[in-house]
Design a protein around this ligand. Structure first.
Ligand code: ATP
Length: 570
């Protein structure tokens, strides 16, 4: 038990890399997961996604191309300029690592075989090192692995470190493969049970372990305050009729606040705030923590809310962009909290006094919410809501919401449970038609002249089952001056550490930065790998609160394309 060679992972990586077929991938993974189960080291499953921590854990390797270069030079005793030269030719750190490791193997007699335990341990150490001498310690840890690796092993170690594994293992695929590995009967039920367990745990090791033990263990996975969970998402509708069709009548109609989603957890005197991408932002929002303590009754709970910024003088809500800088803030937190105050609009309760409310009907959850919240305008309130079957009344509510500067409305199904993640149609959003999509930056170009040295044009990507494909290029939307909003300079600083490949003035970056993009139309286009291109795209927001799970999929783009075609024909 416990012992396993890293080469077994590498074999699987290679097999996964070699096929794009979903079913083949699933079979490869399921087979391997069975082997892995015998090793009793459930956390190793993270390696299949190129990770070493559960999905809710935000810690990262923080390895740039520059550091990789140094580690390679150190590990293989090659001058740095030689490695740079190789990179100019090859443009792929993984491949360079493979070449160097192979060459070394040919000339040295002794080499021990890498075990998974060692790889896992060193990778974790790379993340946890802090303080003086961090860079050289990191280089040593990586070099220790590379020095003992075969060519293929070295390639995947480097790709893992750069978070660019390229084997196309998405969450849904891994979930289905876990189900396949352990269940043959009741397939449908088990797929959804494993899916639910994952939504609750956000941790493949936990799900993997429970799935091995059986249905009962999977069912035991629940929500507890302090552990971030996935939020329920909405689908988009075109009008009130469609909203009522999806949600049924009567339905709840609420303001759609233009802020960012925060799940508020409390257990005794401890409070946690998590964004939709499960990022812990408790430190950044001491004012919200204070408000929760003051205006919500209860020892333990999990609430769902939208936090909205407002102008303290004019008492007018501010668009998301204005408060977005608070999310990543690490210093002067109290000061900026004073300058950019926020109001918490609570719209759901998922857990209360030791009990999960996920399966309870929305109207019951709302009733509880009203009981436990003491509304305090500009601090913390329950979302404005009416319950109606009347189209006219809903329409009036919608117009009123818009006139108060809200983004639109949410319509919610009264007897629906809180179902995480999937866009199941238990709540829908209606807003005036602007065409917009959340996408991820997968590449960028340096500007010239006044904008030289800055990354000023961005290649946008959407998600497929396997990885990311391009849907166009955008260069407008960010600002020149900090007083006007997020600047090109700031974005360049954020993108630089993400660079994984550089050719001329074009860089490829690891897909991390999410942006909201408005556009006029979608066209078919051979120039981009998705086969589509956005026309007249413009970045409306930088979205530090969102992760790559939240971005549009290729299917979304196809759907939008069809919808716009149809509209044009009308
Ligand atoms: P959008 O870009 O339109 O905000 P989204 O991708 O953030 O959409 P969706 O689930 O599609 O997320 O839309 C619902 C979002 O609206 C929620 O994630 C939440 O942040 C926000 N929101 C604002 N007010 C409410 C409300 N009353 N009930 C639920 N969600 C609300």
């Amino acid at each position: 038990m416990g012992e396993m060679y890293y080469s077994e992972f590498v074999d699987v990586y290679d097999k996964l890399f070699a096929t794009t077929k979903r079913l083949e991938k699933e079979a490869i993974l399921a087979e391997f997961i069975k082997t892995l189960a015998k090793k009793d080291e459930s956390e190793w499953i993270y390696l299949l996604k190129g990770k070493i921590f559960p999905d809710y854990d935000e810690r990262e390797f923080g390895i740039s191309g520059q550091l990789t270069l140094k580690a390679l030079a150190f590990a293989f005793g090659v001058p740095e300029n030689k490695v740079t030269e190789m990179y100019r030719k090859v443009g792929d750190w993984g491949q360079i690592a493979e070449e160097l490791a192979d060459k070394k193997r040919q000339t040295t007699l002794f080499s021990s075989k890498l075990i998974v335990k060692k790889v896992f341990e060193n990778l974790r150490k790379v993340v946890s090192i802090e303080g003086k001498g961090t860079v050289s310690r990191k280089i040593e840890l990586i070099a220790e692995l590379l020095g003992n690796a075969s060519g293929r092993e070295a390639k995947y170690i480097v790709r893992t470190l750069l978070q660019d594994l390229r084997i196309g293992v998405a969450d849904a695929l891994l979930r289905d493969s876990i189900t396949d590995a352990f269940y043959h009967d009741d397939k449908k039920e088990m797929v959804s049970l494993v899916g639910e367990a994952y939504d609750l745990a956000n941790d493949f090791a936990v799900v993997f372990e429970a799935a091995q033990k059986g249905k009962k263990e999977l069912e035991k996975i629940s929500i507890i305050p302090g552990k971030p969970i996935n939020a329920m998402l909405a689908i988009k509708v075109e009008d009130i009729d469609e909203a009522f069709e999806v949600c049924g009548v009567p339905a709840a109609v609420e303001d759609k606040y233009d802020g960012f989603r925060v799940l508020i957890h409390k257990n005794k005197d401890k409070i946690w705030l998590f964004t939709r991408r499960l990022e812990n932002v408790t430190k950044q929002f001491p004012d919200v923590v204070e408000a929760v303590k003051k205006y919500v009754k209860g020892e333990s709970f999990i609430l769902d809310s939208e936090v909205v910024g407002y102008d303290s003088k004019t008492k007018i809500y501010r668009p998301f962009e204005a408060i977005s800088q608070r999310i990543k803030r690490k210093y002067d937190i109290e000061k900026i909290a004073g300058q950019l105050p926020v109001e918490v609009n609570v719209f759901d309760v998922l857990y209360y006094q030791g009990e999960s409310f996920l399966k309870k009907e929305f109207k019951e959850r709302r009733k509880l919410l009203e009981k436990i919240i003491k509304n305090e305008k500009w601090k913390l309130v329950s979302a404005r809501q009416i319950i109606t079957s009347s189209k006219e009344e809903a329409m009036r509510f919608y117009e009123n919401a818009l006139s108060r500067g809200e983004e639109g409305i949410m319509v919610k199904k009264l007897d629906a449970p809180y179902q995480q993640g999937r866009r199941v149609g238990y709540m829908v959003k209606l807003k005036p038609t602007v065409n917009d999509l959340d996408l991820v930056v997968i590449g960028a170009e340096y500007g010239s002249g006044k904008r030289g040295g800055m990354l000023t044009s961005y290649i946008l990507g959407c998600r497929t089952e396997k990885d990311f494909v391009e849907v166009g290029k955008v260069s407008s939307g960010f600002k020149e001056k900090e007083s006007e909003g997020v600047t090109y300079d700031q974005i360049t600083e954020l993108l630089k550490p993400l660079i994984i490949e550089e050719k001329g003035n074009v860089v490829r970056v690891s897909p991390k930065m999410v942006v909201s993009v408005t556009y006029q139309n979608i066209q078919k286009s051979p120039s981009y790998s998705s086969g589509y291109a956005l026309r007249f795209p413009r970045i409306s927001h930088y979205r530090p609160d969102r992760g790559i799970k939240d971005i549009a999929t290729l299917k979304d783009i196809e759907k939008e394309f069809v919808r716009m075609q149809r509209k044009a024909e009308k």
